[in-house]
Design a protein around this ligand. Sequence first.
Ligand code: XIL
Length: 329
Amino acid sequence: EWPRLHEVFGEYFRIGAAVNPRTLVTQKELLTRHFNSLTAENEMKFVSVHPEEGRYTFEAADRMVEFAKENGMAVRGHTLVWHNQTPDWVFENGSGEAADRGMLLARMKSHIDEVVGRYKGSVYAWDVVNEAVADGGEQLLRASKWLDIAGEDFIAKAFEYAHEADPAALLFYNDYNESVPAKREKIYTLIQSLKERDVPIHGVGLQAHWNLEHPTLDHIREAIERYAGLGVKLHITELDVSVFAHEDRRTDLTAPTAEMLERQAERYGRLFKLFKEYSEDLTSITFWGAADDYTWLDHFPVRGRKNWPFLFDARHQPKASFQSVLEAA
Ligand code: XIL
C-alpha cells in the first residue's frame, strides 16, 4: 500500500488536481486517495458558467464543489478574466458593435459578483486574471478585447471586484512561461505595480506546463525567488511534465519509452525537492489532471498525440515518477 501524496507533503503544501465531469467519476478513487485540492479544468470558466448575458449555468461546477466538500478537499477557482473561453457577447453591445468600457466593466463586475459570491466559503483561492502578460516583444500586456476595450486597468478592476465579492478569498494572477526570464520580468513588473497601487492581490500562480528539460531548474528557482520577493504567496497551478520536447512533433507513439519514463522520474524528483525548499512561499502544487488516461496534452500542442505527463499511469498505478516524488519528501 503506497502512502498518500497529500499526507506525505501535508506539512509543506496542498496537492491538487484539475478535474472535469468525466474524470470526477473515472478517477474518483485516485483523486480522493492522493489529492486534497481540486480545480475545475473548464467548468468555472466564463463560457461555462455564463454563456449568455444574465444566464448562469453552475451545475457542473457545483458538482465538483460538492465532491470536494464530501471528501474534505479544498477548491481553487479557475478563472474569472481571460482572453480565451469567454463568449463573444461579453465584448459586444447587442447591435453588432463593440461594447464600450463602461459596459464591459459592468459585465465583468456582475460576472465576478455572481461567480465568486456563489462559491464564497467554498473556493479559498481564485485565479482572478489569467494569462494577461505578452509572451514576446516589448509590450507588457497581451493584445485582447479586455485590454482593447477596458484599457490596462481591467486587471486592477478584476481584483477589486473579486475582493469585494469575497474579502476572505486569496486572489491570484496566473500565467504560463512564468519561468522564462523575459516573461518572468514582465509578470514581476505587473504584480509589483498592482501591489504599489494597493490592489488586493495575494498570489502568483505558476502554471508550470513543463517538459523533461524546459524550463531549467535554475530558471524555475529564479522565478520562484523573484515572485516570492514581492511578498505574495505562490501556487503551482497547472503542473504537467510532457515527455516530448517542444520541437518533437512525432505522433506515432502508443506508449512512453523507458527512457522518457526514467527522465520524467528524475525530473519530478528534482522539482519536488525544489518545491520543498520553498514551501514557506509555495503553498499549493496542483497538477493539470491526475493520471495518464486523460490529459489536455493529448491534443496540445499537437492534435491527437498521446502524452504521459503525470505521476500515475493510465490504470492509475504509480509510475517511477510517483516514487521519485515520494523520495523527495
Ligand atoms: C485547457 C483545458 O485543459 C482544455 O480542456 C481546454 O480545451 C482549454 O483549456 N492554461 C490554462 C487552462 O489556464 O485553463 C488551460 O486549460 C490550459 C492552459
